[in-house]
Write a protein that binds this ligand. Structure first.
Ligand code: AKB
Length: 317
């Protein structure tokens, strides 16, 4: 990776990934793009609607990009509210990004998700290669995306790579429209209100990961020796699996007065029920040394510390 174009650069992952890439590869070598602009944007930035193939091509070409990191997409809960829009954005954007990468011979990364699994997938220790019959539009998009990335690799020799991200937790940019968002919201509410109402029911396990591990995973996979990659696209990766009362108990170790109750949202609960409890990341470990540093305990300490500073709150007891 020397000249990198990132789509969806202002999204949950993109806004942190761009900073990390710039610190490693040089500010002028990472072109951030998004459909909107924020006023304080630093470094190279261009407005890009990923459904506009010509503009995507022109931007990548003019930038002399050798790598495309395609992040622009709707998450699971938002996609379920507007499935047709999700199809057009998630699949249209991905097809354009793959085509531009084929035309310009760019190394390519796009994320899949634990949402690519469905109710008939084995729920525990979910294998890398297994049944994938998701019941959400997001999941349908992710499975189709995994297959398209494999196709562009075998058919055109494109260097496509990807991971199945679990829920990602970060203190920098809030997530927008995912099923796993509760695991971020809970930290904000614990600090600002001392209480949280979970829209996910007690006992619902989902895979999760702290953002620094997710960013490192993208870079490690992109820098890995391609000849050692058997799966290439959509490696299972997870750092932890927990259910709402476990994250609440972890927060209570630092904020003893914190309380949690439940008001389950049927739509997001149904999505969560269709996903695995805990996936098996061993193919990623074996093929490119995937390694997550944060578990629930160390993530909670770091999240609360960083959020306290960000929200200008008193130090935790
Ligand atoms: C979501 O909840 O939609 C995402 C994901 C797991 O892909 N965080």
């Amino acid at each position: 990776m020397e000249k990198i174009i990132v789509t969806g650069a202002l999204g949950q992952i993109g806004s942190e990934l761009v900073g990390k890439l710039r610190s490693m590869y040089g500010e002028e070598n990472v072109l951030a793009t998004d459909i909107r602009k924020v006023s304080e944007q630093a470094g190279p930035f261009e407005i890009l609607d990923v459904t506009d193939a010509q503009r995507m091509h022109d931007l990548a070409k003019d930038f002399n990009a050798d790598t495309m990191i395609h992040m622009a997409a709707l998450l699971s809960a938002t996609a379920e509210k507007n499935p047709l829009f999700a199809w057009n954005l998630n699949m249209g954007g991905l097809m354009n990004a793959l085509e531009v990468s084929r035309e310009l011979n760019l190394q390519f990364f796009t994320p899949s998700s634990i949402g690519a699994f469905g109710p008939s997938t084995p729920k525990d220790n979910t294998p890398q290669d297994t049944l994938q019959r998701p019941t959400t539009m997001y999941g349908v998009n992710k499975v189709a995306g995994e297959l398209l990335c494999d196709y562009y690799h075998t058919r055109f020799g494109l260097d496509t790579r990807g991971v199945r991200f679990p829920g990602l937790i970060s203190y920098v940019t809030p997530p927008g429209g995912g099923t796993t968002d509760y695991a971020v919201d809970i930290y904000y509410k614990a600090i600002t209100e001392g209480t949280y109402t979970s829209y996910i029911a007690e006992g619902t396990y989902m895979d999760m990961m702290y953002m620094p591990d997710a960013l490192q995973a993208i870079i490690d996979l992109m820098e890995a020796d391609g000849s050692k990659l058997i799966h290439r696209n959509a490696f299972n990766i997870s750092a932890m699996s927990f259910e709402p009362s476990q994250i609440a108990a972890e927060i209570q170790k630092h904020i003893p007065h914190f309380t949690m109750n439940y008001d389950v949202d049927p739509m997001r609960q149904a999505i969560a029920n269709s996903w695995p409890n805990a996936i098996d990341s061993s193919a990623a470990v074996k093929e490119w040394n995937f390694n997550a540093k944060f578990d629930l305990s160390s993530m909670t300490i770091d999240m609360l510390d960083k959020l306290m500073k960000k929200l200008n709150s008193k130090a935790i007891s």
